[in-house]
Design a protein. Structure first.
Length: 276
């Protein structure tokens, strides 16, 4: 019996078979879960096609995380296909090109706000929209790229990811009494469709391929997907408000001048406990 046997999981962000979300959906099914995917707009038919390549073809519901109408309709769409939810995978992120690639000082607020709304606030909006159908206990797991570092070229997406990581901790605080755990998986750089849209992303790839102590395959989404599935399972019943690194932890081995970053203090790293 798999670790997700009998569970019902909503997976967002599946676009291609190279998506981490696709690998998570596949592994979730292999571990016994019933999976529902979401997509919208011009991506919807693409996701519907990709859904047929899962071990068990999955239904796809329409969900634009910035649409009040879609969010209001979300519980009903979930009930139609699954009845209720035991977990959510949040794998949604977007920033306009003007907010990436070294344009940090020139980016206008309109583009910054888009990045923050889609990449950070959507974790709150989707999770709270699903409250009527989320079981007790249940698990919400999101994907991030360690925002404690100011990465070259990541720019305002890095800021949005920092907001995303903070949002997850506040959700963990406020949803804990409802039996809902909220955690993140921080994956290393992978050649997904989203990553290919970041100008200069190859500079981050080189940091990992050159220095990762365990080695790093830029095309292998399996490790990140396993982290997501593990956190969706009952194997982490007392873990919430945390970020699990699935990135072979090469960052401490990279010289500061190459990262162009500042590491937070040890005191700050004691940060993430939702409520004690």
């Amino acid at each position: 019996m798999g670790i997700l046997e009998g569970k019902k999981i909503l997976v967002t962000g599946v676009l291609t078979e190279a998506s981490i979300a696709f690998a998570a959906a596949r592994l979730a099914q292999e571990e016994g879960a019933e999976v529902l995917l979401s997509s919208f707009g011009r991506m919807l038919p693409i996701t519907q096609k990709i859904a047929g390549r899962l071990p068990k073809p999955a239904q796809v519901i329409e969900l634009d995380a910035t649409s009040p109408d879609d969010l209001a309709a979300l519980p009903g769409r979930v009930k139609e296909h699954l009845g209720s939810l035991d977990g959510i995978v949040h794998a949604i992120a977007f920033a306009p090109q003007t907010a990436l690639g070294g344009n940090f000082l020139e980016t206008e607020w309109s583009d910054v706000s888009t990045a923050v709304e889609v990449s950070a606030y959507s974790l709150k909006s989707i999770t709270t929209a699903c409250l009527p159908v989320l079981n007790n206990p249940s698990s919400v797991v999101g994907l991030t790229f360690d925002a404690t570092v100011s990465w070259p070229v990541y720019d305002w997406m890095g800021v949005a990811k920092a907001a995303f990581e903070s949002t997850s901790r506040y959700l963990a605080r406020y949803l804990g009494p409802k039996g809902i755990r909220v955690n993140l998986v921080s994956a290393g750089p992978l050649r997904t469709t989203a990553a290919k849209g970041i100008p200069g992303f190859a500079t981050m790839e080189e940091l990992w391929t050159d220095r990762a102590p365990l080695g790093w395959d830029l095309t292998d989404t399996e490790a990140a997907a396993k982290g997501l599935v593990a956190l969706l399972s009952d194997w982490f019943p007392a873990t919430t408000g945390e970020m699990i690194h699935v990135d072979v932890d090469c960052t401490p081995l990279v010289p500061r001048e190459e990262l162009e970053s500042t590491r937070p203090s040890l005191a700050w790293q004691a940060r993430c406990r939702p409520a004690r």
